[in-house]
Design a protein around this ligand. Structure first.
Ligand SMILES: [Zn+2]
Length: 76
């Protein structure tokens, strides 16, 4: 099953791409505990927090929580 990216609303594409570049610079290799979806959602939370967009922040946090709960189930 594929997750629909349209479910997540980036604050803006420019913010998103800027954050993504910063994250790529600050981490040489990805953690084994995180996947692309986790990284994307963490980034959206950070961007939304900086933009003081609480709706976007809450939505991204909920999406991350749901995603992690699904991920936990997958390992059982
Ligand atoms: Zn994940």
């Amino acid at each position: 099953m594929q997750e629909k990216e349209v479910k997540y609303k980036p604050v803006s594409k420019a913010d998103y791409e800027r954050e993504f570049k910063q994250i790529n610079l600050s981490f040489e290799k990805p953690s084994v505990d995180t996947c692309y979806t986790c990284n994307t959602l963490h980034m959206q939370i950070k961007v939304a927090t900086e933009a003081e967009n609480m709706d976007a922040k809450n939505e991204a946090e909920n999406n991350l929580k749901e995603h992690q709960e699904r991920a936990d189930l997958a390992y059982q």
